[in-house]
Design a protein around this ligand. Sequence first.
Ligand SMILES: Nc1ncnc2c1ncn2[C@@H]1O[C@H](COP(=O)(O)OP(=O)(O)OP(=O)(O)O)[C@@H](O)[C@H]1O
Length: 253
Amino acid sequence: MSLSPQGTAASADPLTAVIEVEDLVVRYGTATAVDQVSITVGAGEAVALVGPNGAGKSSLVDAVMGLLRPAAGSVRLHGRAALVPEGRQMFPDLDVEDNLRLGAWPLRSRGAAARDTSRVYEVLPDLAYIRRRKAGALSGGQQQMVAFGRALMADPDVLVVDELSLGLAPLITAALAEHLRELNTSRGLAVLLIEQNARLALDLCTRGYVLESGRIRTEGPSAQLADSAEVAAAYLGGAAEPSGAPDTEGDGE
Ligand SMILES: Nc1ncnc2c1ncn2[C@@H]1O[C@H](COP(=O)(O)OP(=O)(O)OP(=O)(O)O)[C@@H](O)[C@H]1O
C-alpha cells in the first residue's frame, strides 16, 4: 500500500520502519561526509533532516537511495523509496507526461498499467493541464511538481525529498509543501524531507534530525527542535520564542 484513498485515516507507525539507517559512514577518498549516522523513518511518518551546506545531507540521501556505496554501516528499506532529487533533474526536451512515465521504471515488471499517469493527475491535478508541455519550458515550481509526480509513479511507500524549496519563491514553496503534507497525512505516504529551510521542514514534519559536519547533532520531535534555542539560533534565524517548555537540550541556553 502506498497511496491509500484520499480521506482514509493515515497514521504514522514508528514501530514499522520504512527506512532504517544504522551507523552509516560515507567517504569520498579520505574525507568523511557522513560519520556513523543512524536514522529511522516509520511507516506513514514525516521526518525532517536539516543542516547547513556540506553537512552531509545529500550524501546520506544518496546512500539511502543506493546511489552510492557506504564505507560502513547499513541501509535497510522496507518497501519502495522514491526520490525527488535536488535540482529536479527533468528531461527538458520531453513533455510532462513522458517525464512522469520515466518514474514508473521500478515497476516495469507490472507492464503498461504501471505507466498510466492518471493516478498522478488525480493527486496533482495541476499537472494534467501542462501534460503536453516540454519540461524545459516550465517554471521551477512546475518542474518540482513534475518531480513529485514522477516519484509518485513508482508507487512508493516513502518519498525522499532532497531540498523542496531550493531556488523557489516562498509562495511556490508553500504550495508544494501543502501537497507534501496532504500526501503524508491523507494518503499515508511516509516522507523524509531534506531541507536547508529548517523552519519549513520542522513545520511539515513531526520529527527531525539536525545533521552537522556529518554527524547527528540533535534529534527529536519537531516542536522540541523548533523550541531549542540552540537549533533556533543556528537554523531558524534567531532565538526560539519562550514556550514554557523545559529546556530538553540540557545546555541551559
Ligand atoms: N562527490 C564528492 N566528492 C568529494 N567530496 C564530496 C562529494 N560530494 C560531497 N562531498 C563533500 O562531502 C561533504 C558533504 O556534502 P553533501 O553534499 O552531502 O552535504 P549537504 O548537506 O547535502 O550540502 P548541501 O546542502 O550544500 O547540498 C562536503 O564536505 C562535500 O564537500
